[in-house]
Design a protein. Sequence first.
Length: 537
Amino acid sequence: MPEIVSTQLIVGLEVHVELSTRSKMFAPVASLAHPSGYDAPPNTLIDPVVLALPGALPVMNRAAVELSAMVGLALGCRVAPRSVWDRKSYFYPDLPKNYQISQFQLPLCTQGVLELPPITAQGKIDYEALAGEAASDSAPSTRIRIIRAHLEEDAGKLMHEAPAEWEGLAVAGSIADYNRAGTPLLEIVTEPDFTSADQVVVFCQVLRNICRFLGASEGVMQRGHIRFEPNINCRLGLADGRSVDTPVVEIKNLNSFRSVKGAIEHELREQPRRWLADGLERRPGSKTTRGWDDQAGVTFLQREKEEAHDYRYFPDPDLVPVEIDAEWLARVAARVTELPLDRCKRYARTLGLPARDAATLTEERDVCLFFESTLAAAVAQGVDADRAGRLVANALLQSGAKRANERTTMDRQALVSDLGITPAQVAGIISLRDSGRLNSTSADDLFGALCDGGGQDPGADPECVAAARGWLIVRDDGALDTWCDKVIAGNAKAADDVRAGKLQALGRLVGETMKLAGGAADAKSVRETLLKKLGQG
């Protein structure tokens, strides 16, 4: 066997996105991918259409088509004016009809491109380079071509490790749960344009965030709302000058970025070894499907992969084609909002936010929208527009993040948008702080007091709450002079150090004055007054 002198990774990707419509793709029953269907008991989100009972006919979910078109447009796809439904036939216990309604010949969306952001040597998105803040040695942007994004229905779920007793019944084998069957599923298929596991992971992260920002999917990976299936093979350069391609391996149903990275890197290591052992090269019919054992960190063989002809595709006789006119498509396109990475760049370049802050604010759709509403409210309350972005970001990423972390549990991450405080109230706190009427400690306390109403009216005015609690700064130069004089007299050594130019001692004096003022003084004014009295102003 010739010696392998080089290995080139080649990866294409299939992504299955469960759409967050209230009902299923072809049935009026509630969908498991919408919050209203979360945690429904097994086999309760079913009806005659889902179970394929005789005489039950499918009716297309218009909202699923709209959401799919929005995702397609965000990916630069062409939305077909006419697409059709096909039956994809295969027998498996989680598929009641023994076929899946899908799109094969004429899919809804085709020919898109997603440009990956710069990626650091550590495999993360390089937000500094994205925002143009600094020169970077990150990998250049890569264009990932989208072959198609087509609509279909999801299958049910088999639970092979069933409990001994389930829903009051003794269970000896596997359970088929059809709650997921019929859920609207958008399958996005790329060209094999990826050359590293890090590129695939970043693509998955960006795509998930796009789908969530558009409201197309809740994107909760633990619930299987988005599942990744990389198709992996290697081009091996041999010592005799030839190159060979290893057979393609498809890894099924990965629902974490860690699993995606681990599975691809495992195959990159193993495929050259397999070729040395068996000499198999890529050819028609050589594709295999493998699973991923996250604990062991290895893939395992499941079956030989079916080809398209094995599914016996044919047009579904019960469904009419999807006809899309220019007016409808224009209305859908108007719902495609500014995408997360574009917002990140704008926040850094226009609002002057540090790249990392801009990235954090665009990681969660609800936090991002809360930030923008707060920013608009702050400017409306008189905060200088050039400074408002940084002030709002600081408030949300400090006071807000602290409260959100306190409420985060093992099951759910709390967000600043969940705290009960409104954008207008946050803007009010920022306005008070910016005008010097509230010090930083009191501003943080006021933020906490307004969360969930803080015992106040949910729409309570921040200034009224601050005044009632004695947090507003007293604009009284005489009182400030008195406080500073008392602190200087009671801290002679620190005062002498400041007079001698040792300004690090000033912190103690400022702290003592703030304590004496009981929140009624501003640290900046205290500092200036102390320096003036000690001959350093």
